[in-house]
Design a protein around this ligand. Structure first.
Ligand SMILES: [Zn+2]
Length: 364
């Protein structure tokens, strides 16, 4: 597949930008060579494409970046990917409509990528920052919060209470909750081992700032406007298995927020009325796998990871969660561009490389 097919010009609907838009997406256009170069002199410039060039940058250089837009969701810094031609790998990022700083880790050409809906408009200004702009070494702590009786509350269908079979199931779920809690925690800790992210259990009191992942008994239905981007074939109810709560942002690009929150809805795994009937409650192992990997997935979003095209923890398909031990996988990313999910063949997410980049000590 030609990666250039996925390069979109954002400005087609914007009269003022039309002169930049004479190029057809079918032209042989490599954004990593031909995309517009953004000046880093603090001037406000229109973003005319998803990927822009920032030119050669030097290790230790500090960039103050601000992207203004009503409909861009996140901003990412890319460098040329070492393995795939005409592709960039994510090395940082930040939010929209507020200034963030980026410390260049090595001498390399950098690119700006915006996660935007088709037809979005955005302006950018970038200037040199100073070391006092840069927060100290980012340490990401995650506290796992377990709601009381999350298994019984989640996996017993209220509408069917009173039946003898349900009571037996409730007793069984109560009896395995301690094992599930302990295994859930150690499984999530295992996933993040060596990444620089520290996972704390319900008994620990982490130093501030820290993010939280709540394991809730609730069942959550997808909102009407989310249905397009979810797999809904054959489901009478479309549930969501977890989400990021803070700032209504799905992904904390560049992990700029060290105290954001996410949740996993145990009730959504119950399997009544949705397309994953009986998915998890048929074995203790399935329950632990599904909750641990869904938890790791949501923590991934808190750290700035997007959905991926390949199977792995950041895959969008919840049914993978119980099938095997998943990893954070190097992959092209998947974004909802406003007409369903699309694979971005030019943007690579390499979790280990990304964690090293965002959690490395900042320059003195
Ligand atoms: Zn997700």
């Amino acid at each position: 597949m030609n990666p250039r097919n996925f390069f979109r010009i954002m400005c087609v609907t914007v009269v003022g930008f039309l002169s930049s838009c004479t190029m057809s997406p079918d032209d042989l256009f490599d954004p990593f060579v031909d995309a517009p170069l953004i000046k880093t002199d603090g001037s406000s410039q229109n973003l005319v494409a998803e990927i822009s060039r920032l030119g050669m940058r030097q290790a230790g250089e500090i960039l103050r970046i601000e992207v203004f837009s009503d409909d861009v969701r996140g901003v990412y810094l890319l460098k040329q990917d070492a393995l795939q031609e005409s592709a960039g790998v994510i090395v940082g990022g930040g939010p929209v409509n507020e200034t963030f700083t980026y410390v260049v880790r090595e001498n390399s050409e950098l690119f700006l990528f915006v996660d935007a809906l088709v037809g979005s408009k955005a302006k950018v200004s970038i200037e040199a920052g100073i070391s006092s702009d840069v927060p100290p070494r980012p340490t990401q702590r995650i506290s796992i919060v377990l709601e009381t009786d999350f298994l019984v509350n989640g996996l017993i269908d209220d509408s069917a209470t009173g039946e003898a079979g349900d009571m037996a199931t409730a007793d069984f779920l109560s009896s395995i909750q301690p094992i599930v809690q302990a295994d859930l925690l150690s499984r999530i800790q295992q996933v993040f081992d060596g990444t620089g992210v520290t996972i704390f259990g319900p008994e620990d009191t982490p130093e501030e700032p820290f993010s939280t992942l709540t394991i809730s008994g609730r069942r959550a239905l997808a909102a009407e406007d989310e249905l397009d981007s979810l797999e809904v074939v054959g489901c009478s109810d479309v549930v969501i298995f977890g989400e990021v709560l803070s700032d209504s942002s799905r992904v904390d690009a560049g992990n700029q927020n060290l105290s954001d929150d996410a949740i996993v809805y145990v009730g959504s795994f119950r399997g009544t009325g949705n397309c994953n009937a009986g998915l998890i409650i048929n074995s203790t192992n399935n329950i632990i796998n599904a909750l641990a990997l869904s938890g790791a997935h949501e923590i991934g979003h808190l750290l700035g990871l997007n959905h991926t095209a390949l199977d792995g923890i950041m895959s969008t398909s919840p049914s993978f969660a119980i099938q095997r031990q998943l990893q954070f996988q190097r992959s092209q990313i998947v974004l909802d561009v406003g007409r369903g999910n699309e694979i971005f063949t030019t943007v690579i997410q390499d979790p280990q490389l990304y964690f090293d980049a965002i959690l490395a000590p900042n320059a003195e």
